[in-house]
Design a protein around this ligand. Structure first.
Ligand SMILES: [Ca+2]
Ligand SMILES: [Ca+2]
Ligand SMILES: [Ca+2]
Ligand SMILES: [Ca+2]
Length: 476
């Protein structure tokens, strides 16, 4: 039987289906009423955190969050590690007496690096723009710095992709700054190649997919207003850093969301998905769009979204994938709606929508899973007003999480102290049931942990937004 894909790691997509939907209807009742009971709320020391990873060490699971650390009025880029009970384990800071450093958006965990310990990476952005940023490689057992590499640019969010490029059994590191992508062999930190055509990443993450069996996979990424005419590109490159194709001339920002690979229409062929942003109403569009490319680089469809973080799954069990998200009133167009929306991605059809009280910046990585174990997928989406960048004028931070059923019924609303920036579902304590984790923005911010009833098998969960295909964590 084709398996359910149930949880995905730090991120979102859950390419899942509802084929078991009728098998458990009779088992519903009061015992399924409690949705997302909170396990823990870890107050970090870091400001404006946006991402986390969870890895496994000999001491058990470790949560690592990135953000800015302030001491003596100096700002340093930092990561901090906690156990699931919230006990601080270690921290690592990129700092100097002369300059401030801010943390890049993403943090990654590498188990098979060729070193005798797991590795965590984060990036830093120096205060004077003339200085170059870089990436720090950290021993995940004790937080010590083991290496640093300088960017080719000032800015970089660690928009990385982990993959064994040369098939030696060790994970290699595809690292991106604002202008270049580099393949780095982690065992000796050598750069194998650097690619610099049309690279302009903000919050994007590339994806990697094996087009044909026994052929080398291909790396796909999009860029943010990268060309001189202010338009955006989408590119495919091979594992040696050679361009395969480039699709140019797109009006929306294609460099601020992850790439996903999925068969959205159920015909057996995968498509390449990219959510575009009308960044800060750049073109005063009514809607932002989902871009669907085929593997030859042709744009085969676009559909109106209204949100930027997307949870993907087959919520109605018809073999076609839906995308669920909550309005992003800054980057999702000028449609004026505040709602949770479910859109069939191959047709662009709005399946349902449900209004919400407030919406601003949506969560980057909404998730989908059978949270209440009733045989149907639920989506968890979030929205909020950040404490730092993007904060609405004359306002206080706020945040909401919603659990919404496959039919658009709001099962739970959880108000938060700040914007839920990124979410993840993984079974960190390995009891077969997924936990739900969310990074909540603040000065400083939090890591909130909730329990679910979603059955899970833990695979590659240290990787933000699932594996290199961004296809989620498989559960059988
Ligand atoms: Ca297809
Ligand atoms: Ca469907
Ligand atoms: Ca369910
Ligand atoms: Ca668990």
């Amino acid at each position: 039987m084709k398996h359910l894909l149930i949880s995905l790691y730090l991120g979102f997509v859950l390419f899942a289906s509802c084929q078991n939907r009728n098998s458990k209807d009779s088992s519903q009742g009061g015992k399924f009423n409690e949705i997302l009971p909170q396990i823990n709320m870890i107050q970090t020391r870091l400001h404006t955190s946006s991402n986390f990873v969870i890895g496994q060490t000999s001491h058990g699971p470790v949560f690592v969050v990135q953000g800015d650390y302030f001491e003596n009025q100096k700002k340093s880029a930092s990561i901090e590690a906690y156990n699931p009970q919230g006990k601080p384990l270690w921290n690592n800071q990129k700092q100097s007496d002369q300059h401030d450093f801010g943390a890049g958006a993403y943090v990654h965990w590498v188990d098979k690096s060729g070193l005798n310990h797991p590795v965590v990476t984060y990036s830093y952005v120096p205060k004077p723009k003339e200085m170059k940023g870089g990436v720090v490689f950290v021993n995940a057992n004790d937080g010590s710095t083991i290496h640093e590499l300088s960017n080719n640019a000032h800015f970089g969010n660690n928009n990385s992709l982990l993959f064994d490029f040369n098939k030696d059994g060790l994970t290699d590191y595809l690292y991106a700054d604002l202008a270049t992508i580099s393949a780095i062999q982690l065992s000796n930190f050598q750069k194998e190649w650097t690619f610099q055509d049309g690279v302009r990443f903000c919050w994007s993450l590339p994806a990697l997919f094996e087009l044909k069996h026994d052929q080398n996979p291909i790396i796909y990424f999009g860029s943010e207003y990268d060309s001189n005419d202010g338009l955006s590109s989408f590119l495919a490159i091979d594992l040696k850093g050679n361009r395969i194709w480039k699709s140019s001339g797109h009006v929306e920002d294609l460099g601020s969301t992850p790439v996903f690979i999925a068969d959205i229409d159920g015909d057996g062929t995968k498509e390449i998905l990219k959510v575009g942003l009308d960044l800060e109403h750049h073109n005063k569009q009514k809607w932002n769009h989902m871009y669907v490319f085929n593997t030859d680089g042709e744009l085969i469809s676009k559909c109106e979204l209204g949100f930027t973080g997307i949870a993907i799954g087959d919520v109605d069990g018809d073999g076609r994938l839906e995308g669920v998200g909550i309005s992003n009133t800054r980057d999702g167009g000028l449609n004026g709606l505040k709602e949770i929306r479910c859109i069939e991605l191959s047709t662009g059809k709005l399946e349902w929508s449900v209004p919400v009280e407030r919406a601003y910046l949506d969560c980057n990585s909404p998730v989908m899973a059978d949270i209440n174990d009733d045989g149907y997928l639920e989506a968890i989406v979030g929205t909020g007003n950040p404490a730092g960048y993007g904060r609405l004028p004359n306002s206080e931070p706020w945040g909401d999480i919603y659990v919404v059923s496959h039919q658009g019924e709001i099962l739970k609303r959880q108000e938060l102290m700040g914007r839920p920036v990124n979410m993840g579902i993984c079974d960190y304590n390995q009891d077969g049931i997924s936990e739900f984790i969310v990074v909540v923005d603040g000065k400083p911010g939090w890591i909130n942990i909730y329990s679910t009833k979603a059955k899970a098998k833990q695979i590659d969960w240290p990787v933000p937004f699932g594996n290199a295909e961004r296809s989620g964590t498989h559960s059988y």
